[in-house]
Design a protein around this ligand. Structure first.
Ligand SMILES: Cc1ncc(COP(=O)(O)O)c(C=O)c1O
Length: 452
């Protein structure tokens, strides 16, 4: 039989192989099911994706919670083009280009209080690992190197790096990957269907769950704990808004024990909850804030961490020629990402998209709650421009009804939604109109009925 090497060398110019789906190993996707019935996208504009045959698909999830300004917006496209012609790449180690400083200042200006030092990376996962490393190093440079424990939360999603899956609380993201980081503990999830079902916004029940941090402090001692990391609103496990008062309590307990508080705002940043950051919505300032996705409206990969000034200052000691933090990525502050980021922030400001999200919140919640009573709908949660919908699992086949719903939405209803197990997520770009919000939930209702 001909080897794959021979096959390749037989036609060295065959760089693109139409109709061959075998080479690409799709991330977070059931590959065999996908390759049997692919869902292709070749173009996008504003609120829509387009399939190869030109069918418009309404984007119900801002790509993957990231295209907050909508797709292929002219100013962002133009900024990327201009930058690509001018500066393809510049190292951020020992050198820099001006747009990295400009974007850092712009991001810092959006963050509350003294969160004003910005470290750039390329994704949410890198942002989380960066924040965890900064937290550990911060205690170290202050002479509290025994503070090594990191505390996450059940049902938390912090990307897929070893740090992120260790503090994360999703069993399938953890169980295949060995022992993970040592010295990790978890707070309980804040969701209870019994106490919170069909809540609009933050549920009344659950603030007391922050007190579990006191239990972990009693168990491990504060002198061993570096940081607590939570998503202010847990997105990936189904839009779980924080109970009223929960984040404030977490902040108070961290302060009491000298523990750093990290907010993972990879989803909640850049308008999703009607504010630049959820920290502002909840009036709680973390010590480190992770962002990604919406910073470029998804157009170029980028992530980062915003640190409190005092935290940054703690590193600024020792001889001036010595690096203060031994961490960074080849593509930190990539010129194309910085150009896209500045253009995206301009768009958010000029079009008032964060305020728009705030105004749309009751419209989204109202439309979402029309799903109550649709067969198999167990709960609907709505906060900002984000909705989680739990549907009942098929007996003995967890995730099957959810998968069928997502497939059917794409093929039959021309709607893109996200599914994780039997939980559907909806979080469209912030330019979504009220008519499109109604369309999204009418289509979703039809889909859920069809897979009953
Ligand atoms: C809260 C949170 N943190 C981290 C990540 C990981 O981001 P990325 O996929 O860019 O690595 C995500 C992705 O959805 C996220 O929602």
């Amino acid at each position: 039989m001909e080897s794959s090497l021979q096959r390749k060398s037989a036609n060295p110019r065959a760089t693109s192989v139409p109709n061959d789906l075998s080479a690409f190993w799709l991330p977070f996707t059931p590959n065999r099911a996908f390759k049997r019935a692919p869902r292709f996208i070749t173009r996008a504009k504003d609120m829509h994706y387009f399939t190869p045959d030109g069918r418009a698909v309404l984007d119900g999830l801002a790509g993957l919670w990231c295209t907050n300004a909508g797709h292929n917006r002219d100013p962002i496209v133009a900024a990327i083009k201009r930058e690509a012609e001018q500066l393809d790449y510049a190292p951020a180690f020992q050198f820099a280009h001006p747009k990295s400083f400009e974007l850092a200042s712009r991001v810092a200006a959006l963050a509350p209080a003294d969160l004003n030092r910005v470290f750039f990376c390329n994704s949410g996962s890198e942002a989380v690992d960066t924040a965890l490393k900064i937290a550990l190093a911060y205690h170290n440079v202050r002479g509290e190197g025994a503070r090594t424990r990191l505390i996450g939360r059940e049902r938390g999603y912090h990307g897929v790096g070893f740090g992120g899956i260790s503090v994360g609380g999703i069993v399938n993201n953890r169980k295949f990957f060995g022992t993970l980081l040592a010295g990790i503990d978890h707070l309980p999830a804040t969701y209870s269907r019994e106490h919170q079902a069909f809540t609009k916004g933050e549920p009344e029940w659950g603030a007391h769950l922050a007190d579990e941090l006191e239990r972990l402090v009693a168990l491990h001692d504060a002198s061993t704990i570096a940081a607590v990391i939570v998503e202010p609103m847990a997105g990936s496990t189904g839009v779980l808004p924080p109970p009223k008062g929960y984040l404030q309590r977490l902040r108070a307990i961290c302060d009491k024990h000298g523990i750093l508080l990290i907010f993972d705002e990879v989803i909640t940043g850049f308008g999703r909850l009607g504010h630049a950051f959820a920290a502002e919505r909840y009036g709680v300032t973390p010590d480190l804030l992770c962002f990604a996705k919406g910073v470029t409206s998804g157009a170029v990969p980028m992530g980062g961490v915003i640190a409190r000034e005092s935290l940054y200052e703690a590193f600024m000691q020792g001889p001036e020629h010595v690096i203060e933090l031994f961490h960074g990525y080849t593509y930190s502050a990539h010129p194309l990402a910085c150009a896209a980021g500045i253009a995206a922030l301009d768009l958010y400001r000029d079009e008032g998209l964060f305020e728009r999200a705030k105004k749309l919140e009751p419209v989204v919640a109202e439309a979402a709650m029309t799903l109550k009573g649709v067969p198999n709908v167990l709960d609907v949660r709505a906060v900002g421009v984000a909705v989680g919908i739990d549907i009942a699992s098929r007996p003995g086949a967890v995730g099957k009804r959810g998968y069928e719903a997502m497939e059917r939405a794409f093929h039959e209803e021309s709607l893109m939604i996200r599914v994780s197990g039997d939980t559907l997520a909806i979080a469209p770009p912030l330019i979504v109109t009220e008519a499109q919000i109604a369309e999204i939930f009418e289509k979703t209702a039809r889909v859920i009925r069809a897979v009953a």
